[in-house]
Design a protein around this ligand. Structure first.
Ligand code: HEC
Ligand SMILES: [Cu+2]
Length: 317
């Protein structure tokens, strides 16, 4: 059963993320309620006790009691600091995407959600996932800003064009849950809805087989890698001084400007569109051409999947 399902208007709770957010929410609400009760309670008490015509003593009106001042101030400070630390750690936990058992690529566009599974299965506006697995979404926008929001999972992340955003969730209950776009993205924004279908592992496996008509994303990416001429420079027989992409994914790249970056999806994506933003140390700049405007986000995702498939370092993000 849903956590707190008996509370009116409480959204459904169908993921590990949602349970954690629920607990924080209840605690914050409880603490704030307690403080309101104390403040309003005291106000009412004093209003009645010192009303005009009451005969209680009004002596010592300006006497300060430091004990009370200090106790009260410290207690609220500590309470809110605890809430802050707890909330901040949950925020980091929610937004720092772990590697994930299954990685799904998402392209948002006016006005639909396109999903691509690692095996090449594609779907629009409906996302099938297994229960109790960490699902990692790598999301790109083909046009304007969108936002991927699944209320029942309490996960929401803006999807901005030109770069990748990631988000994760672990569904804990089978069922169908609504996806909303929560950034105004044009006239059909209100209809940009979809569903996450959470299935048992067996059902999910069956769904994958019945939809596994295409070749895997990595294989499609390999074809694009040749088609766009990447292999001409990055291939084993190339005469161009370009780095091999084997084992690149997940490694640390040392840059010409002295910095270092993790070669994750975003790095590879940005490298294809803006090659001169980050140059690996020891390689010439202005050799790799920009493919901005030539490769769609769908195809960039496939290229990334291919580069990931030719060797990656395990890492935690
Ligand atoms: C004309 C040759 C050329 C072509 C074509 C080319 N690249 Fe590159 N690429 C380079 C060079 C040179 C570098 C190293 C210098 C730099 O980063 O600009 C590089 C760097 C990279 C890097 C960063 C590698 C690292 O070790 O950090 C990636 C990823 C990459 N290219 C992917 C691609 C993809 C995908 C394509 C095809 C869509 C492509 N390249 C097409 C020459 C090329
Ligand atoms: Cu949208």
């Amino acid at each position: 059963m849903d956590q707190y399902h008996w509370v009116p208007f409480w959204p459904r709770t169908a993921a590990l993320n949602a349970v954690v957010v629920n607990n924080l929410y209840i605690a914050e609400l409880g603490l704030c309620g307690l403080i309101i009760a104390m403040v309003v309670g005291m106000m009412m008490t004093f209003c009645v006790r010192y009303r005009q015509g009451s005969t209680v003593s009004r002596a010592d009106r300006v006497k300060k009691t430091w004990h009370w001042e200090i106790t009260w101030t410290t207690a609220t400070l500590v309470a809110f600091l605890v809430l802050f630390c707890w909330g901040a750690s949950i925020y980091i936990w929610l937004f720092k995407t772990p590697p994930g058992d299954i990685e799904i690529y998402v392209v948002a566009k006016q006005w639909m959600w396109k999903f691509q599974h690692p095996g090449g299965q594609r779907e629009i506006d409906t996302l099938h996932v297994p229960v109790d697995k960490t699902i990692r979404l790598v999301m790109a926008s083909q046009d304007v800003i969108h936002s991927f929001f699944v209320p029942a999972f309490r996960v929401k992340r803006d999807v901005v064009s030109g770069t990748y955003e990631t988000i994760w969730f672990k569904a804990t209950k089978t069922g169908t849950y609504q996806i909303e776009c929560s950034q105004f993205c044009g006239v059909q924004h209100a209809t940009m809805k979809g569903y996450v279908v959470v299935m048992t592992p067996a059902d999910y496996a069956a769904w994958l087989t019945s939809h596994g008509i295409r070749e895997s994303l990595a294989l499609q990416g390999e074809a694009l890698f040749r088609q766009y001429g990447c292999s001409g420079c990055h291939g084993a027989n190339s005469t161009v001084h370009a780095p091999t992409l084997v084992g690149l994914y997940g490694s640390i790249v040392h840059l010409q400007n002295g910095g270092a970056v993790r070669a994750d999806e975003r790095y590879i994506h940005d490298k294809i569109l803006m090659p001169n933003e980050q140059i690996p140390a020891g390689y010439p700049s202005n050799v790799m051409p920009s493919f901005a405007g030539q490769i769609s986000e769908d195809n960039i995702l496939k290229l990334v999947a291919y580069i990931q498939s030719i060797g990656s370092q395990e890492f935690s993000r």
